[in-house]
Design a protein around this ligand. Structure first.
Ligand code: SF4
Length: 369
């Protein structure tokens, strides 16, 4: 296994993409396979006039690899304590918000609500504060909830391989860890304190989680920090490196766009819905097998329009504060959501589009053997 991944000069990715000609886009769309050069072409300004063709190709590949299904999941926020200061996040250590960590009983209560609403895949989320919500706590939560859900994923602080292995044995099926931005200069500007300031440690985290045996790894970029086209190429490059090292692992990519949050951070670059669509179509054409996630950060209208075109997994009915499902007070939320519909409402739209909403993407029985 190659020991580490690096992205090189981020601005060189931007230059490469912007130098793309119309002919190169046509070549990228005409080929049977899609190389990293082709991905760069599909992310380019020159590709914008081909967006309808890209959408059609992306829809075809999504249906071919994933069938007529859309997976559904919900986040369960366990703790909003965080030792980091990420300029864009409501949980940043210097934001004065009510802080809370759920007890095991409270976590179970939130989980019961999600289960009753029909969810079978839950993403456990914490801020990054290992002293408050470390491996021992997460293991306890997972052992308590594992029999209730088909899949339990985590989005928590980056860990060592042996810690991921421990959580895998407890019943965690997947790890999401987003680089936020692959642009090292911007990364340093927006990560102001805490362990997250270490770009390289974070970049190596998906590989540590995969090496620990996790069944699925999620990577992603927070859109609104740096050039979204270059983020797309960086994500594709990271994804193909991970695939070569860990051929037995499933991968997903997320494209969260910055949302209003405590701290009132303004996006450094604008990313429109059209840009986000191009990014998702390009990634789908580049890697037909990758799961693409579209969260409730996006408005209902846009999410509905994207159904079946590229994304394979939607969050629904999300609260982004610990205890949010049992309370009407959402003061301690990470960000405000854009799609406020219930799981039933989201599922109905999915059905109306001729797709099957799938609340269970994995049978835990397989993990036990
Ligand atoms: S993005 Fe994550 S690490 Fe950064 S402040 Fe928010 S919760 Fe903490």
């Amino acid at each position: 296994m190659q020991s580490s991944f690096s992205i090189g000069d981020f601005s060189a990715l931007s230059r490469k993409i912007r130098a793309t000609t119309r002919a190169e886009v046509e070549t990228a769309l005409g080929g049977k396979t899609c190389t990293l050069d082709d991905l760069a072409a599909l992310l380019s300004p020159a590709a914008e006039e081909f967006l309808p063709m890209m959408a059609a190709r992306s829809r075809e590949l999504t249906a071919l690899r994933f069938g007529k299904t859309t997976q559904i999941f919900a986040p369960l926020y366990l703790s909003n304590f965080c030792i980091n200061r990420c300029a864009y996040c409501g949980f940043a250590a210097d934001n004065r918000i009510p802080r809370r960590k759920l007890t095991i009983d409270e976590a179970r209560q939130e989980a019961d609500i999600l289960k009753k609403r029909g969810f079978d895949h839950v993403l456990l989320v914490t801020g990054e504060a290992p002293a408050k919500a470390g491996v021992d706590y997460l293991e306890e939560v997972v052992l308590c909830l594992r029999d209730q859900f088909a899949a339990l994923s985590i989005e928590v602080q980056p860990m060592e391989e042996h810690e991921y292995a421990r959580l895998f044995r407890a019943g965690v099926t997947a790890v999401a860890v987003y680089q936020e931005t692959y642009d090292r200069t911007i990364y340093d500007q927006v990560h102001l304190a805490g362990k997250k300031m270490d770009y390289d440690y974070r970049l190596a985290t998906p590989a540590r989680a995969a090496a620990a045996g996790m069944r699925e790894i999620g990577i992603g970029s927070l859109l609104g920090l740096a050039d979204w086209r270059a983020e797309g190429l960086a994500l594709g490059t990271h994804l193909s490196w991970l695939r070569k090292q860990f051929w037995q692992t499933n991968f997903t990519v997320s494209f969260p766009r910055l949302r209003p949050a405590a701290g009132a951070f303004e996006p450094l670059v604008q990313v429109s819905e059209k840009n986000l669509s191009q990014l998702m179509f390009a990634l789908r054409i580049f890697d037909p097998d990758v799961g693409l996630i579209l969260s409730t950060r996006e408005e209902a209208r846009f999410r509905d329009g994207m159904l079946g075109l590229a994304p394979t997994r939607y969050s629904a009915g999300s609260c982004t504060d610990p205890g949010g499902y049992s309370s009407d007070n959402h003061e301690g939320e990470q960000f405000s959501v854009g799609d406020h519909r219930t799981i039933d409402e989201v599922c109905q739209v999915i059905v109306n589009k001729g797709l099957d909403p799938v609340c269970k993407d994995w049978d835990r029985e397989f993990q036990m053997h």
